[in-house]
Write a protein that binds this ligand. Structure first.
Ligand SMILES: NC(=O)c1ccc[n+]([C@@H]2O[C@H](COP(=O)([O-])OP(=O)(O)OC[C@H]3O[C@@H](n4cnc5c(N)ncnc54)[C@H](O)[C@@H]3O)[C@@H](O)[C@H]2O)c1
Length: 373
């Protein structure tokens, strides 16, 4: 450990950051106020090279660091409550060996010249870290889920609009060809008005996350539904453009503090219906979803797509668009070269569904989004 790091870690935290945390786990990578060039707003002067502070140096941080450095950004500070985690990145990335390190992100916000932060912490910390970073005049690239309640999501959207700063959620599926295809084709009217959706996600999540922050309510705010499930909820809502009106859900925690298995029935604001089943004690990995429209349907089975149009032979589409990733989009938005493909409204739509499901299971009755936040 270098003397510089020893000194920074020896510094008393300004409080509010519980610890220590369990060792990081690697997660299978599956993977967003308004939209548009929000980043070109409030900040009048941006350095030629975007200076980013990384908050949370666990498993998912590696990919972000690699990509951001690869796209020419500067990692200007690292934050983690566990010094060994920061040490590892300073060792693995020679360009990070001299950057300042902090245990409390607020110390970084108060002392390092930055343009943006990139957040990879347990879910309970996203909201304060996003809000404080925006308050400090910084753009935010945050890991999913953006936040843990509808109220928090609305606060983030309002703060981003007030400051003119970009908040982009790292939902990588928005950048993957098959999901871009589905969204585009639905928008073009290929299957007509969307009438129903059905989705299923099975993972060995209960065993895979045992003993980590993911199953501690205080740190995660919930289980698989707002963790891996967040990708599924988000991609359904994003590709179809649907918004949830009301939800009836049954949840079985399987002995955990947080939701593990859930079955959720949904009515959307346009009258479409849907079901989502998330199984966290599934011995095998499986994911699929189907979107039905008035004149066709799109089936996605573990990423493989089939399109079925009325009166025609089903086909597997070949004309897929290109791919990208949230880190590239973030830098492009800040440079004024692209729009935000994972804006905070996606975080709001997802948490509407998730929070309504949690509340419905708790109350034993349907819950409408209008009752939340
Ligand atoms: N997009 C994806 O596919 C994907 C995949 C994995 C994880 N994630 C998300 O990334 C985030 C982090 O997940 P992970 O798998 O890297 O978890 P992890 O446990 O590996 O890493 C979390 C890190 O945050 C640190 N930390 C904890 N509290 C902190 C605080 N208050 N301030 C600073 N650092 C703190 C921990 O010490 C740890 O190093 C979560 O939001 C998770 O849902 C997304």
């Amino acid at each position: 450990m270098t003397e510089g790091i020893r000194r920074l870690f020896a510094k008393p935290s300004t409080g509010g950051v519980p610890g220590p945390f369990p060792a990081e786990r690697s997660e299978r990578h599956i993977t967003g106020p308004g939209s548009g060039l929000a980043g070109a707003g409030k900040k009048e002067k941006m350095a030629d090279t975007v200076r980013i502070g990384i908050i949370g140096c666990g498993g998912i941080a590696r990919g972000h660091i690699q990509r951001l450095l690869g796209y020419g950004a500067q990692i200007a500070a690292l934050v983690d409550t566990v010094e060994a985690n920061v040490e590892r990145y300073r060792r693995d990335f020679p360009r990070l060996s001299g950057v300042p390190v902090f245990r409390d992100y607020r110390d970084m916000l108060g002392s390092v010249e930055l343009d943006a932060v990139q957040i990879n912490t347990p879910h309970a910390f996203h909201y304060p870290q996003i809000m404080d970073s925006l308050e400090a005049g910084l753009h935010v690239l945050t890991e999913k889920p953006m936040v843990c309640s509808v109220r928090q999501a609305k606060d983030v959207i309002a703060k981003a609009e007030e400051t003119g700063l970009t908040v982009l959620i790292s939902y990588q599926r928005h950048y993957q060809p098959q999901f871009r295809y589905i969204k585009r084709k639905i928008e073009e009217g290929l299957i007509g008005k969307v009438t129903a959706i059905a989705a299923l996600q099975g993972q060995d999540w209960l065993r895979g996350t045992a003993g980590t922050w993911r199953q501690k309510m205080e740190l995660s705010c919930g289980g698989q539904l707002n963790d891996s499930g967040s990708h599924l909820l988000d991609i359904l809502l994003w590709t179809t453009g649907l918004s949830v009106e009301r939800v009836m859900s049954f949840i079985d925690n399987r002995g955990s503090e947080v939701d593990i298995n859930s079955g959720t029935a949904i009515r959307f604001t346009n009258g479409a219906l849907g079901t989502i089943t998330v199984i966290g004690d599934c011995p095998v990995w499986w994911e699929d979803f189907t979107v039905w429209g008035e004149s066709g349907a799109i089936f996605s089975r573990n990423g493989r797509m089939t399109v079925a149009l009325q009166g025609k032979e089903p086909f597997e589409p070949a004309d897929l668009p290109g791919g990208s990733d949230p880190d590239r989009n973030f830098l492009d938005v800040l440079a004024g070269r692209d729009v935000n493909h994972t804006p905070p409204v996606c975080g709001l739509r997802g948490i509407e569904l998730c929070e309504a499901a949690w509340r419905s299971a708790e109350l034993g009755r349907p819950v409408s989004v209008a009752e939340l936040g």
